[in-house]
Write a protein that binds this ligand. Sequence first.
Ligand code: HEM
Length: 283
Amino acid sequence: MFINNPFAEIATMVSPTAMKFYVVLMILFVIGGTVLDMLHKQSAKYFFANSKKAQANAKVKIGGGKKAGLAVKTVASEVLTSSEFCNKRRRLSHLMTMYGFIFFVVTSAILIFGYTNGESSPILVNLLWHLGALSLCVGGYWFWFAIRVDLVSDGAKWNQFNGRGDIFILGLLAMATFALLWSIFQSISTGAFSMLLFGLFILSATVLFGTVYWSKFAHMFFKPAAAFQKKVAMADGSREGLPGDFDLTDPQVQAKFPDIPEYMGTNPPNMGLGIKREPPTHY
Ligand code: HEM
């Protein structure tokens, strides 16, 4: 268990060509859904307009080298370590879901394209397929039952389904859960029950990859671009139109805003970000 190649076992009943065709179809669904999503939300248009606006408001000119450095920082921080999440539990759950998904998808493609015609697949690849699905399940169920904002801050019940907003997480969970159950039951017996689990795995994968246009799937492509743009806006001083970070005890700042002592005293405390003062649980 966990070191078998489930696709090689089912290749006696489902043609390897059909499996390969299915993978290509899912890739096309993701590309098509993402492009349609971009056209519908006009996100690319907004992104470039916003970037132009930032350039016009820039206080410092940023060169290509500095931009490349910011891109590397974005990949190393926001993309690879999910650093946008301040909440540690959410960050860990996102890392488990994200890496689980990547390992599961990449190893599925390797196993289907390389090892469904009788060749024996490397045990490490088989193991990573199972561990990827398991990591996706642990991170995803943790998020669904204990972390997501609807539950923690809005008082929603775990079984409350929020329409389109939840298709992504539920699609991920269904796909990984049925994949694992199918592989486990198939290694015990290749009967009708394991075929049913295989059918449910394919059905949930089709829902996940076929609903990109409506779900949050495409965030994995948009979020890195947005995080990079945000870094550029901070570095060039345009700050997305937000005011600067002022030190209220600085005499120069007090001279610029002479009413500060009137409202906050001569030694104004730094009260930090209001949003971080207490968790939102007042439902
Ligand atoms: C490879 C795959 C990825 C997977 C499987 C994944 C999975 C998820 C899931 C399940 C959620 C919760 C969605 C929900 O509220 O239902 C989420 C949210 C989020 N992800 Fe990812 N993610 C991936 C890649 C990325 C990348 C590359 C970034 C950033 C660079 C990112 C940044 C975020 C952020 C900031 C949120 C919170 C957004 C929100 O709540 O609206 N994710 N992700």
